[in-house]
Design a protein around this ligand. Structure first.
Ligand SMILES: *Cc1c(COP(=O)(O)O)cnc(C)c1O
Length: 324
């Protein structure tokens, strides 16, 4: 596991190279693959990651699940590495209800992958399996939904960028609240130039300074939340405690609760993988960035049904939650 860099919140390339060197030194083996993630749609530094990957001969599998339509230096995410992965889950930029896509430009790789995805059936009149395969195909019904969704993808991309711009404008003068935006590219007057970052802004995120006082924050984490994040159809374990050893600051949790009461679904940003109990003991290369983002970050609504009025209402709710 590689920690984040501060500007994009994505895989830190410097730490990546340090990690590769350390793995080789400690185990004599290099990592099997590098998996950069476009967090909230923000492009990772694809050129630096590819440079390091090529230097050490390690394949890159881009997790562009959240970054569908995002570009780095004008090139679409998912087309840099050996493979790119997209998700069409219900909450992504476009959906097929469930499932996703794998991008490769190599026909032999595609054929081999499709063998695995279709139970590795050899071309005989009967089922002959030379290897263990899986049933990972997308159904024709889901694919049909996806084809319909492709007709709205440009609208969705434009909408998410518009919502981001509104948050940036409306929250600009709120002290202690910072909208997470892509790093600026200083473009010259050359009209052929493309920006380094072109995020799809799948999710809009803010950070809240620790000294911002939110109404009711003294009561944060006093009660156990009764419902899994994202609502897994009521299938949940009851949490044993209201707190864990790594959680957002009290003011972030208090703001989430106030937003929830105002019918706004806001969430903390993703908890760092190295802080997930299921990955305890997995080697990780840390700089503290992902953990510090988790303490102050919050995801705001950005989906296709979020109207301009909704954004104004969300911003007003945030402003009125601040004490003082
Ligand atoms: C959603 C998501 C996935 C998983 O996609 P599914 O289609 O839900 O399996 C993987 N990686 C990232 C970064 C995601 O956001």
């Amino acid at each position: 596991m590689i920690d984040s860099e501060p500007d994009t919140w994505n895989m830190d390339p410097t730490l990546l190279e340090a990690a590769i060197k350390d793995r080789i030194e400690k185990t004599g083996k290099k990592p099997a693959a590098i998996v950069p993630v476009a967090l909230y749609g923000m492009p990772y530094k694809a050129d630096r990651i590819m440079e390091i990957a090529n230097k050490y001969g390690i394949p890159v599998v881009e997790d562009a699940a959240e970054g569908f339509g995002s570009k780095y230096k004008g090139q679409t995410l998912g087309t840099f590495g050996k493979y790119g992965v997209l998700s069409f889950n219900g909450n992504k930029m476009i959906t097929t209800s469930g499932g996703g896509a794998l991008i490769t430009e190599d026909e032999d790789h595609w054929r081999e992958i499709m063998m695995y995805a279709t139970q590795y059936r050899e071309s005989y009149p009967y089922y002959q399996h030379e290897k263990i395969g899986y049933n990972y195909r997308m159904s024709n019904i889901c694919a049909g939904i996806g084809r319909g969704q492709m007709t709205v993808v440009n609208d969705h991309l434009a909408h998410h960028k518009h919502v981001q711009k509104m948050y940036e404008e409306l929250l600009a003068d709120v002290p202690g609240i910072h909208v997470h935006s892509q790093p600026n590219t200083n473009l010259t007057n050359n009209t052929n130039e493309v920006p380094e970052y072109d995020s799809n802004y799948w999710l809009c995120t803010i950070t809240i300074d620790e000294d911002v006082k939110i109404k009711g924050q003294e009561n944060a984490y006093k009660t156990i939340v009764k419902g899994a994040v994202g609502g897994a159809a009521g299938v949940i374990h009851m949490a044993e405690s209201a707190t864990t050893d790594c959680q957002p600051n009290d003011n972030v949790e208090a703001l989430r609760v106030l937003m929830d009461q105002a019918q706004i679904e806001a969430r903390p940003v993703w908890k760092p993988m190295h802080k997930q109990p299921c990955y305890k003991g997995v080697p990780c290369y840390l700089n503290g960035v992902s953990e510090s983002i988790f303490k102050v970050g919050m995801c705001l609504p950005a989906g296709p049904y979020v109207t301009d009025d909704d954004v104004r209402y969300i911003v007003e709710t945030i402003k009125s939650a601040i004490v003082g």
